[in-house]
Design a protein around this ligand. Structure first.
Ligand SMILES: C[S@@+](CC[C@H](N)C(=O)[O-])C[C@H]1O[C@@H](n2cnc3c(N)ncnc32)[C@H](O)[C@@H]1O
Length: 509
């Protein structure tokens, strides 16, 4: 694992136009094959490679130097790398481990000399080694995004996939500047998506920063994710806490995160819900004394409605969650299931009436076969269309083409039918889009409405104390309004006339 890296802004949030050293990049080997890599500047021999750090793939070797400072999305060709010293070094290590005397003389000193030379050159900023492209293949260098990370991350748990994450974030109105509580963090798939959703730029005095407060009680997962967040430069946006939220709640350092959005991917969300309340939850048995004496601090935003989503695979979990939400005053409770289907549209050519091809497989095995078949059909068609002469040359011969006799139905000069345009259009679902079938429960906890809020609203919208109500306007007030409008009009006319008279007087005088 690479050492913890230093970032100014996360490449997930602001990747910039080009790849950078000491930053995460994603190498796309094929459509669904992504490899996350921390790009390192060449600083001499690395793991036996004179070229510095090298990544080896089935499409060849790629020194990091070829991947650095290139525009995101670039296609990079494999390079020929010198594995000489690597092989010998490994062999010597193995021999040493096995306690053997090496039989071959090891030219390590010379090698070292060479690589040091390379080091020096690196240090001077020159090309260390002229790299030669290899015909073994190429890859694409992509910027890290939550979507790519979800498909390439090391799975420690079941994860929330992009179709669910994007829908959830939209429904809980996670946007730049939002504060989101997430539990549990698991493999960090949703965490990355939510960090990008709430990010609203670098900290500015007086501006509320978008933040994600994430909780995970599994110690190993917590440590792995903590390191990942730091390597990805996301620890300024995400605060990860190691805690069992059923018991410990959602405060961070004793303070309220003041969340306006909540996402719970927990086995028992109903256990956590009482702690996501504006009032002190009922004390559990034995929880008297100290816990009860402390003032209650809510983790929720006091002046905003809070939007929540829970993610549960079983309907029984949904039932218990909905019941708890109702008891705790949440409203607009709704359950949604996302079922993604990619529809593949094609022509169904099975069992078609194709006189020439009857009884054979209707689809050609490859392009060449298709072209040969079509050329043959066209040739036969032309032959049939030509008038045939009898032996004495007076009457057209009544011959039937091979196709007409063996296919039972003559083509009779009918326009040639292209088989690929025949057939009913059919659509089939492709189970290709990854998503975890779970039930999503959404709910809203309305904002607290105090007497002061009521007074402010009353002053702004004086309900019941209006001068008039639209469409039931009193006669007197209507008259008064009209009079005011007339007076204003007359006033305008008078002042315009006065201006004009003054100008005329000036001109004449
Ligand atoms: C399904 S995983 C979450 C996956 C995550 N949403 C993602 O997209 O990668 C559920 C996580 O919740 C954690 N968890 C379960 N009970 C918890 C609790 N009481 N407090 C905190 N975390 C908990 C588990 O350790 C597990 O890592």
């Amino acid at each position: 694992m690479a050492p913890t890296l230093q970032h100014t802004v996360s490449p997930f949030l602001e990747p910039g136009p080009r790849t950078k050293p000491n930053s995460l990049a994603v190498l796309q080997l094929s459509r669904d094959n992504f490899v996350p890599v921390y790009l390192q500047e060449a600083s001499g021999e690395h793991d036996g490679y004179v070229e510095g750090a090298v990544i080896n793939t089935r499409y060849g070797s790629f020194p990091h130097s070829t991947l650095l400072n290139v525009p995101w999305g670039s296609q990079v060709r494999a390079s020929k790398v010198d594995t000489g010293s690597r092989g010998r070094k490994r062999k010597r290590q193995l021999d040493e481990e096995a306690g053997c005397e090496t039989s071959e003389p090891i030219e390590d000193e010379n090698e070292k000399g060479n690589s040091n030379g390379a080091d020096k050159e690196h240090g001077d900023g020159d090309e260390a080694k002229q790299l030669v492209t290899d015909a073994s293949g190429f890859i694409h260098v992509l910027p890290p995004t939550p979507e790519i990370w979800t498909t390439s991350l090391p799975h420690r748990t079941q994860v929330v996939y992009t179709p669910d994450a994007s829908y959830i974030l939209h429904r809980i109105r996670a946007r730049p500047g939002s504060t989101l509580i997430e539990a549990g963090a698991g493999s960090g798939s949703f965490t990355h998506a939510s960090a990008r959703a709430v990010y609203n730029g670098s900290p500015v005095e007086g501006k509320r920063q978008g933040r994600v407060f994430s909780f995970e009680f599994h110690e190993e997962r917590y440590h792995k994710m903590k390191k990942e967040l730091s390597d990805h430069g996301l620890d300024g946006v995400v605060t990860l806490t190691h805690r069992d939220v059923y018991a410990g709640g959602f405060l961070v350092g004793g303070k309220s995160p003041e969340a306006d959005a909540v996402f719970l991917d927990l086995p028992a969300p109903w256990e956590a819900l009482p702690l996501l309340s504006r009032q002190r939850p009922q004390l559990k048995e034995g929880e008297v004394g100290e816990a009860g004496a402390k003032p209650w601090v809510s983790p929720l935003h006091p002046k905003k409605s809070v939007l929540l989503c829970t993610f549960s695979p079983c309907i029984e979990q949904v039932t218990r969650t909905v019941s708890a939400l109702r008891h705790l005053g949440w409203v607009d409770i709704e359950m949604v299931e996302i079922a993604n289907r990619k529809l593949h549209t094609a022509r169904d050519r099975v069992g078609l009436y194709l006189p020439v091809d009857r009884g054979v497989n209707n689809s050609a095995k490859d392009v060449e076969e298709a072209i040969t078949k079509l050329t043959e059909i066209e040739e036969r068609f032309r032959e049939n269309a030509r008038p045939k002469q009898s032996a004495d040359g007076t009457e057209p011969a009544k011959q039937e083409s091979k196709a007409a006799t063996n296919g039972k139905t003559p083509m009779n000069g009918a326009a040639l039918k292209y088989p690929w345009l025949d057939g009913r259009l059919v659509t089939r679902g492709e189970p290709e889009i990854k998503t975890h079938t779970s039930y999503l429960v959404f709910a809203v906890l309305p904002m607290v409405w105090t007497e002061e809020d009521e007074a402010v609203a009353m002053a702004k919208y004086p309900l019941g104390r209006e001068r008039f109500v639209v469409s039931v306007m009193g006669k007197a007030s209507m008259k008064e309004e009209r009079r005011e409008a007339m007076q204003q009009k007359q006033g305008n006319r008078k002042s315009r006339r006065k201006d004009r008279d003054e100008k005329l007087a000036e001109v004449e005088g």
